[in-house]
Design a binder for this molecule. Structure first.
Ligand SMILES: O=C1O[C@H]([C@@H](O)CO)C(O)=C1O
Length: 541
């Protein structure tokens, strides 16, 4: 089956947290429409850029784009930006069931509301390793009142202006800002129906699958359903060995399915509580309502919303990450050995007075000509031909302290992978420019799933740590966290012809250079669609 979607992307005033601001909508909605398709279907999305004065591009996060790398929607990597007034057609196959998302991949536009969920269902008659009576979806997000333009410009200025903590947390595009904090010129109306909380109706005694996608721009979240345990059954489109948790940590770019049972006192409603973890919270708990039928959908639970775990309990989050492995009936073990090890040190840096993030001391910049076009058409001179660095100075770099020399360089150099080779990537976290501070970075790989081979605290030791890799049942994911002062090891097979971004999913961090690009098998691709061209040197093709 082919699903034809026509999307009109534009700015509209919205009040998702009662405070009126310009949001990017798709056909009037933010989050945009949920895409529902069945495994094997083709999705065609005609995107009209009605933003008037801003380019855009949309990434289909978790969809591997097997054979269609030009539909990945990564501006500067796989396509030229879609200009105002233009229409771009994305066409791709959803080859695996599961929960995914889509979002803008241009500047800071994801944080302005250009995002949504993708549900890929199993063909009828296919068994899944769990059962449920109904399904609900939760798109979780953090929200700012500053425009993407102000955010991006502040980050890119020599007088660095950080975006700060979000003004509110949204569940399905609904949250709450304290309007008494709004300025006299602001429009903030707590009685606006746009900011009444999301409410999920549950029939007492029934079992539900909740599909969760974090499109957060910055925050790591903890999601708790008051009085209800969650059984984690799917992560990033892969079935996992069921784990029962009181609350779930969700990093930006991750998706999960959890099973809940409506087995509590049915005479009342319960809170859904969304809390910031890993950064010192400056935002009130995001809430929605678990509505036990037939209570009123918006009847306030008589209790306080869940406060979640301590925001700085790294061990709690580290342990939850480690507890998630493949479902025993769906294990696809990784290759036992790899052909290459790339160690990527994540640091915050200063370059000519600008604040940046860097990987192995290189802060990533996008070229004017998309890599996919440049490589396929023999225009390699448009980006740096110096190979990107394989590692950092393991012997002397002190990950636990502020770097003595925070200077880095900028580059658009990339990693060339031998087609079909197995690659290990170790993400190494470190201290930021602030003493006693290391942040959580959720890293997202385009075009592939990787196996999560291991997590560790401290400095990764290539002689010792690979001995503890999980070769039996590691989870496959497309987004994984590297915890403060820790490391995370991944393995993937470079067998999807294309050019693929791998970056921190904190929107501001990628914008500030925290990413790399992998190239593999581009020579195997047929003719590229001309619709991805038109910028930089690609306009002469
Ligand atoms: O990139 C970042 O900058 C700020 C802070 O380090 C400087 O104000 C922050 O928390 C980030 O994640």
């Amino acid at each position: 089956r082919v699903h034809h979607l026509k999307w009109d992307v534009k700015y509209e005033y919205k009040s998702p947290d009662c405070f009126s601001k310009l949001s990017i909508t798709i056909n009037g909605l933010s989050p945009g429409p949920t895409i529902t398709a069945t495994r094997g279907d083709t999705v065609v999305v005609e995107v009209f850029n009605g933003l008037l004065t801003e380019n855009t591009a949309i990434h289909w996060h978790g969809i591997r784009q097997l054979g269609t790398p030009w539909s990945d929607g990564t501006e500067g990597v796989t396509q030229c930006p879609i200009q105002p007034g233009e229409t771009f057609v994305y066409r791709f196959v959803v080859d695996r069931e599961g929960t995914y998302m889509y979002h803008a991949h241009y500047g800071m536009q994801r944080s302005a509301g250009l995002h949504g969920m993708i549900r890929v269902l199993v063909p009828e008659g296919t068994r899944e390793p769990f059962t449920y009576d109904g399904e609900r979806t939760l798109v979780i997000n953090d929200w700012w009142h500053k425009s993407t333009f102000e955010q991006a410009t502040g980050l890119a200025s020599s007088k660095f202006t950080w975006i700060g903590e979000p003004q509110s947390l949204l569940i399905n595009g609904r949250g709450r800002y304290n309007c008494s904090m709004a300025g006299p010129m602001d429009v903030c109306n707590t009685t606006s129906p746009e900011c009444s909380p999301a409410s999920f109706v549950l029939v007492p005694g029934k079992t539900y699958r909740l599909r969760i996608a974090s499109v957060a721009s910055l925050s790591a979240f903890n999601l708790e359903l008051e009085g209800h345990n969650l059984t984690i059954v799917e992560a990033d489109g892969h079935y996992v060995r069921p784990v029962v948790v009181k609350n779930l940590n969700v990093y930006s770019g991750e998706t999960y399915s959890v099973i809940i049972k409506a087995d509590q006192d049915p005479s009342r409603n319960y809170w859904v509580g969304l809390n910031v973890v890993s950064r010192k919270p400056g935002t009130q708990t995001g809430t929605a309502i678990l509505n036990y039928y037939p209570n009123h959908p918006l009847a306030r639970p008589p209790t306080a919303p869940p406060a979640g775990p301590m925001w700085n309990d790294v061990e709690y989050r580290f342990n939850q990450s480690r507890s998630i492995v493949s479902h025993p009936e769906y294990v696809e073990p990784p290759p036992r050995t790899s052909d290459r090890l790339i160690i990527l040190l994540n640091t915050q840096n200063k370059i000519d007075g600008y604040t940046k993030w860097a990987v192995n001391n290189v802060s990533f910049t996008l070229p004017l000509t998309p890599y996919l076009v440049a490589i396929k058409q023999g225009l390699r001179h448009v980006f740096s031909q110096k190979p990107a660095p394989e590692t950092y100075d393991l012997k002397t770099y002190d990950i636990h302290n502020v770097s003595h020399n925070p200077n880095a360089t900028t580059s658009n150099s990339i990693y060339r992978m031998d087609f079909g080779s197995t690659v290990d990537v170790v993400l190494q976290n470190a201290n930021t420019l602030n003493p006693n501070n290391s942040e959580t970075h959720p890293w997202h790989l385009h075009g592939h799933d990787f196996w999560v081979m291991g997590y560790g605290m401290g400095k990764f030791d290539p002689e010792v740590d690979p001995k503890s890799y999980n070769l039996v049942d590691p989870i496959q994911k497309n987004t994984v966290a590297v915890h403060p002062y820790g490391w995370t090891a991944l393995r993937f097979v470079a067998n999807n012809p294309g050019v693929w971004a791998f970056h921190c999913h904190v929107e501001a961090h990628f914008f500030m250079g925290m990413g790399v690009v992998f190239e593999e098998g581009v020579e195997k691709l047929g003719k590229l669609p001309t619709s991805i061209m038109g910028c930089g040197e690609s306009k002469h093709r």
